[in-house]
Each structure stands twice: as structure tokens, then as C-alpha cells.
Design a protein around this ligand. Sequence first.
Ligand SMILES: NC(=O)C1=CN([C@@H]2O[C@H](COP(=O)(O)OP(=O)(O)OC[C@H]3O[C@@H](n4cnc5c(N)ncnc54)[C@H](OP(=O)(O)O)[C@@H]3O)[C@@H](O)[C@H]2O)[C@@H](O)CC1
Ligand SMILES: Nc1ncnc2c1ncn2[C@@H]1O[C@H](COP(=O)(O)OP(=O)(O)O)[C@@H](O)[C@H]1O
Ligand SMILES: [K+]
Length: 583
Amino acid sequence: MKDAWSADEVRKAEEPLIAAGEPLMARAAYALAQAVLREVAARPVGGHPTRRRAVRPSGVRLRGSLGSDGLPGTARVRPGRSAGTRGDVRGARALLLVGPGNNGGDTLFAGVHLARRGMTVTAVLASSRVHDEGLAAFEAAGGHVVKLADARVPSVVQSARMSDVLLDGLVGVGARGALRPPAGGLVRALADAREAAGERWPYTVAVDIPSGIGVDDGVVGGPVLPADRTVTFGALKPGLLLPPAALIAGEIELVDVGFPTPSGSDQWASAAQRVALGRHSMGSTDIGSGRVQRMEPGDVAALWPTPGARDHKYTRGVVGVIAGTSTYPGAAVLATSGAVRAGAGMVRYLGPEAVGTRVLLARPEVVVAGGRVQAWVLGPGVTPFDPEEGPDADGQARRIFGALAAVTGVLSEDVTGGKMPAVIDAGALTMLEHRLPAWAVLTPHAGELAELLQGLGHEVDRADVEARPLHWVRTAHQATGATVLLKGAITVVAGPGAAYAQADAPAWTATAGAGDVLAGILGTLLAGRSAEVVQDETLAARLAAAAVLVHGRAAARASAGGPVAALEIAHAVPAVLAELLSD
Ligand SMILES: NC(=O)C1=CN([C@@H]2O[C@H](COP(=O)(O)OP(=O)(O)OC[C@H]3O[C@@H](n4cnc5c(N)ncnc54)[C@H](OP(=O)(O)O)[C@@H]3O)[C@@H](O)[C@H]2O)[C@@H](O)CC1
Ligand SMILES: Nc1ncnc2c1ncn2[C@@H]1O[C@H](COP(=O)(O)OP(=O)(O)O)[C@@H](O)[C@H]1O
Ligand SMILES: [K+]
């Protein structure tokens, strides 16, 4: 499990270490410099790390040169100097964006290491305040300093373009809100230039976080320079896992600067750590609602219901699927296929006869008849419910209302045999009348979540949900009581425990029907652990995150780098599970 710490948690954790004289900044700066050196050394000197060789105007070599304004790369100098060899960083250029706090300090000290290795390093000071010791060491090591106040933004941008590597050390966990001027203006100009330049842009390393992202919520509320890599210190930050910020943070490198237990794993929450962070319990089943985690492949086996010798189909869990209509019959095939391929003991299908026939043609294992189930999958391919029009001709709304009553426990238990977990998707999301338990998992995409929230009185549209996904997922959880899974490139799940941000699927997964398959997979998981899910209110979210991981890996496997059809995702699930469960 990857575990992210909020800015407050990081600060509380580092306080006793700093008081004890631990050289946190020195460790951070060294690791940061190593990450940069690794990248620069892997390429020909003068070449951008993202490609073999930088494209320089008129073949002019600019390394090591400084213009009249003190910035590198703005003066034309002697042409035709040959490129260096791999592993040689001498003469390569680094441009450092330096803010007023310790994030800037880390960056300046990293610059010291780079300068000592022969790189030409220039720091652009974005603020009148600066980390004094860092600056003194940087200058002593031969680093060049430019004050943003004295330089024109376009010349800094030009200089950035001509650098080999760019370090974004404007703000870290001390940031509050969107970047303010002048740093904000500089970053906006750099981000625009990066977009225009495409591949022709220096390797960009964010120091701790890409400056300007919401450390704790991943919101991008102003200018942010997308990074190729983020070197983060001590612990992951929620904003590095959550969309939309996580989508522009590049590869994440977590540096252990000496926090009490290994960061980024379940193991770190030692008793000492809990005390240091002022928490009573942070075990994986009892986590404060502020925590953001990412499930990893190694976590799946402990959650997946794996059959034993004494099991039979009923003990393994029966999934009831109410999906598809005569207009959208495919959703029924996809949801039942997802459930079957994820290893359900049995899958029942309830719906119009013609749709049931199609389900059977695709999946003869499915039982097209009523009976007891251990979890429901409700709504894929079912049209939204409109109270003025009443129930649909196919009778799916009537069936779903009946199943929902069992999920919430509103009907007497003898109707379906007791409370049970459910996946509530697509059309079924428009049929919610009562407060839901955490074992009901809503699986909207951003548009559906916006509509759900509008129905609850929030003024929010799809773009708002995409801009602040964690906030709106948590809001929906609090308003409905249900566990909420927001589908997207990074899927966010929130229930009574931790929130999960899963980034397992290739972009090819954004194809019609992929969500129906996910609903089926999750239905199988909930059915397999039905009794526990209604006992442990945090379990549904963990199972939902595991289902997203398996679905995403199945999509990656089926895609193999190319397009993928939704049904192929379902077909790839057994092989993915075989791999995950054998580890
Ligand atoms: N965790 C670890 O183990 C280690 C952590 N370390 C490092 O310390 C970093 C945290 O340092 P930090 O606390 O000094 O804050 P930092 O992020 O530099 O920024 C604060 C400054 O930025 C300013 N500022 C704020 N918001 C702004 C905005 N929107 N736009 C513009 N400016 C804004 C704010 O100014 P003010 O608002 O006060 O005027 C203040 O001066 C951390 O990220 C990591 O890099 C390592 O050194 C050691 C190991
Ligand atoms: N850009 C993306 N990268 C990776 N996965 C994505 C992306 N966009 C959407 N997805 C995934 O694709 C699936 C789409 O589901 P959904 O929107 O419900 O489609 P449908 O209703 O047609 O099944 C979800 O699992 C979602 O997380
Ligand atoms: K930063």
C-alpha cells in the first residue's frame, strides 16, 4: 500500500527529527541531486534528457555560457563544440527555480552538488526571501544567481528552454493556495512554453511537489509546471496520488530522509510514529478519513476471496446482476462477464427475457433466474429513472428498487434474505431514495457524480468534479452514506476509512462498456466477502480499490499498448488474478 501524508503530518513527523539535529535538508538535497545527475549522465551532454540531443538554434552550443543578464543560454557563444559522452555531466546546464522557504533551500543545496560535478547551475530567486545558508553554499560552489525581480520572465523562459534540466523548488509542503506573483507568472509562462515545445523541453524535476498543486487534495488551482519526475521527501503527499495534480507530477521518487519507519509502505505507522503524528490508530482498517492511499498489486491477494477445498458455489458468493435493457443489452453481457471472469461462485441475471438470452449466448454459466444472492450489481445499461415517466417498460427500475430496499434494509429481511452489499452504477444512481450504508458502492463517472450531487442540492458540474475529485467524492460519501468510487484516469474511492487513488489503467480503457465490466468485477468481490462487508464499514472501499486495480491491470494486459474492447478487459481478468494471487 502506498500511503500519503498530509502537509501537517509531514511537519509533525519532521519536528522531532529536526530538533534532534537530523540533517533532513542535506539528505533531501543529496537525493535530489542524485536523481538529476542520474538523468543527465544517462544522456549526451548538451542533450535534453527526454531526447537524444537538444535542438539548438543554428547548431550553436550554449553550454556553460551566461548572457549579459546572468541567465544561461541567452547568449550565442562559440559554435560547434562537440557533445560529451554519456555519464559525463560537465557542462550540462541546470536552471533552478528557487522559492523563499525550505523547498528553495533543498533546491539550492542540490545545486551545490550539481555545480561540484561540473554542471553549470543557475538559480532564479523568485522571492526577496531565500534560504540564506543554501544560497551561501550555492554561491560558494560556483552557482550563478539571478533575481526574478531583475530578470524578464521571457529571458528566464528562454534560458529554461536552453537548459538540460529544470528544478522546480518554488514551494513545497509550506504552500498555501495557487502560486502568487511573481512565481505564479513565471510558472505560467514556463508551462505555456513547455506545452508549445512538446518534447523539446528540459527534463523537469519537481522538488517535493510540483509547485502550486494542492499538497493535500491534488487540486491544480493555478499555474503549475508539469514535471517529468517529482522527488519527494520523507513520505508521499496526497496531491502526488490524486488527480488532477498526479497527472502532471511525472514519475514519483520517494526519498527516505530518516522518518521513523519506511515511508510509503504499511509498515511505517509504528507506535512511535502514531504518537509523533498525534493519531491513536492508523492501521489499515482504522484510518482517519484524511488519509489517501494507493493499493498495490501485492495488496490484492489478502483481499480477494480465494476458494478452498471446502467451498462450493454458494459459499463462494452469488452475484445478482440487474443490468441492461432492450436498448442497451450489451451492458448486461459486460457486467455479467466481469463478474464471471472475476471468479464468482455463481452469477444470476435479472432483466428482460431478450436481454437474458443474449447474456446466455455470451456466458452460458449465468443463471437467468431469481434466487438468493450475496451482492448486487445494479444499473449498468439501465436508463436513468424519471419519476414523471414512471418505471421503464423492461421493468429494470422496479427490479432495482426492490434490490436497493434489501441493500438499505428498508424492506423486511425475508424479501431477499437480509442486508447485502451492492454496486450501484449508471441508471441505478438515479434511483437512490434513502440514506445508504457503506456497503453500497456507487460507481459514477464525473458526469454522473455531478448529477448525483446536483440532486443533493450542490451546485456542481462535471468540470468541477474533475477539478476537485477528492472533495466531491468525500462530499458524496458524506451525503449518501455510501462508499463512492469515481471512475477516471485515476479512480478515487472514498468511504468511512481512507480514500484510495488508483492509477492502474492505460488511457485506452476509456471505452464504452469498460465501466460495466468493473461493476461486475466489484460485484464478485463484494459477494465473496458479503458477510464481512456489512460488518466492517471500511472493507467496501478497500475491495473497490482492489477491483479497480485488477480491472486496470486487465485493461493493460488486454490492450498491450493498443486499443482495447471492454469485453476483452473481462477476458483478461483471470490471468491477472492468477498472477496477483500466486505472488
Ligand atoms: N518533509 C521532510 O522530511 C523534508 C522537507 N524539506 C523541505 O521543506 C519544504 C517545506 O518547507 P517550508 O515549510 O519552509 O515551506 P515551503 O514549501 O518552502 O514554502 C513556504 C514558503 O513559500 C511561500 N508560499 C506559500 N504559499 C505560496 C504561494 N501560494 N505562492 C507563493 N509563495 C508561497 C511562503 O511565503 P508566505 O506565504 O509565508 O509569505 C513561504 O515563505 C518541503 O516541501 C521540502 O522541500 C526538506 O528540507 C527536509 C526534509
Ligand atoms: N483516461 C483514462 N485512463 C485510464 N482509464 C480511464 C480513463 N478514462 C476512463 N477510464 C476508465 O474507463 C472506465 C470507463 O467507465 P465508464 O465511464 O463507466 O464507461 P461505461 O459506462 O461505458 O462502461 C472506467 O473504469 C474508468 O476508470
Ligand atoms: K516544488
